[in-house]
Write a protein that binds this ligand. Structure first.
Ligand code: ATP
Length: 384
């Protein structure tokens, strides 16, 4: 096994702007790294450059401390698990796992020992004589991983392995991959556009936009301290609300009223004119279900609720607002980058399932002011 170090990696196709632009990421030995971002952000290109399926235009790709830019894929000794697992349907599980060893002309005794060892680890030992067609999706995934393990690969690379599956199976497989990776402790790089996979699987997550690394951090850090507007909007479901905000001292004026934020959060936001406040839906609440000692005049506001979606344990309330022209352009751009719905006309508030707020109400909503982010509209940078 080995760590993977990407140093100032660039990929240019023709003369256009780079598909991958000066990306540096360090994947430690045994770590599970997720590459995530919207379609076209360059995540597959980056993965293909690690494996050697794509030439590197600039920078150094290091595997186990060795520069591999000029090595052919097979000389890098990495194992790629594809979307369709690429199993041979006419071969048994045993022969599918044995395949790379046969290709390498290993002796029969070594093949048998390695296949049996791997199939035990992967709990496939009872299915060795079956064909892939008679296996569940999860078992097929394990066969594909078995083939990767017997090769003693330095690292596993996955390119959207679950995107063809239905939601339920995807959930099961996610758990399975996570469990296996932890058990095997193999360095893993996993490409997805799905933020749930990113948040649940990765030790660390690298978020890309148009070829540029936006943030490389743990899932918790991405959620709690997003570096910029893009990461803030990409991580979290339903997504963070973005509202125009004027800051004066620790007072933040929002479309619905004014709240007070902690001093250290307000420091870098002074004298900057109109900013964009980011507040996650779950950091609002129906004021009537919040502890009374938390509810103060400057942490609540009253607003007309447009639509309520009740889900049992929680409810989403939609509150319309209008973004002023000063931040309209930035929010429009963000909508395009995130491929999302309108950020400029309504905000979403997540309420406890016990809340009695209903459509058309003038509702009193509490906001956890400590969780508010403030972004510079010109650069998108998080100032809090
Ligand atoms: P998706 O999730 O849609 O697969 P991605 O984030 O994996 O997207 P890439 O496939 O890495 O993105 O593509 C990054 C950019 O490079 C895109 O703008 C794409 O059009 C471009 N690109 C990818 N492959 C080629 C190629 N062979 N020739 C020219 N441009 C390419």
């Amino acid at each position: 096994m080995a760590g993977i170090e990407m140093k100032n990696i660039v990929k240019k196709y023709g003369d256009g702007f780079p598909a991958v632009n000066d990306v540096s990421i360090d994947v430690e030995d045994g770590e599970f790294l997720i590459l995530v971002g919207p379609s076209g952000c360059g995540k597959s290109t980056l993965l293909r450059m690690i494996v050697g399926l794509e030439d590197i235009s600039g920078g150094d790709m290091m595997i186990g401390g060795k520069r591999v830019n000029d090595l052919a894929p097979r000389e890098r000794n990495l194992s790629m698990v594809f979307q369709n697992y690429a199993l041979y349907p006419h071969l048994t599980v045993y022969e599918n796992i044995a395949f790379p060893l046969r290709l390498a002309n290993k002796p029969e005794s070594e093949i048998d020992q390695k296949v049996r060892e791997a199939s035990k680890t992967l709990e496939l030992d009872e299915h060795l004589e079956r064909k892939p067609g008679n296996l569940s999706g999860g078992q097929r995934q394990r066969v594909a991983m078995g083939r990767a393990i017997v090769r003693d690969a330095e690292a596993f690379l996955f390119d959207e392995p679950l995107s063809n599956l239905d939601a339920k199976l995807r959930g099961q497989m996610r758990t399975e991959i996570s469990r296996l990776q932890k058990r095997l402790g193999i360095t893993t790089v996993y490409v997805t556009h799905d933020q749930t996979e990113a948040m649940t699987l990765g030790d660390r997550v690298a978020v890309l936009k148009r070829g540029v690394l936006q943030q490389h951090a743990t899932p918790r850090e991405l959620y709690e301290n997003p570096a910029n507007l893009f990461v803030a909007g990409f991580i979290g479901s339903p997504p963070m609300n973005f509202l125009p905000a004027k800051v004066d001292g620790t007072r933040v004026e929002l479309p619905f009223g004014t709240v007070t934020i902690p001093e250290d959060k307000a420091r870098r936001a002074q004298g900057k004119g109109l900013l964009i406040a980011g507040i996650r839906p779950e950091h609002f609440e129906d004021a009537s279900v919040v502890d009374s000692d938390k509810v103060t005049d400057d942490s609540t506001f009253t607003s007309q609720v447009d639509v309520v979606e009740w889900l049992g344990n929680e409810a989403y309330a939609y509150i319309p607002f209008e973004a002023p022209p000063e931040v309209e352009k930035q929010l429009q751009e963000l909508e395009r980058d995130l491929d999302g719905e309108s950020l400029r006309t309504q905000m979403v508030v997540s309420l406890d399932g016990a809340s009695r707020i209903s459509e058309g109400d003038q509702a009193t909503i509490w906001v956890d002011a400590r969780k508010i982010h403030l972004f510079d509209p010109a650069t998108g940078e998080n100032l809090t």
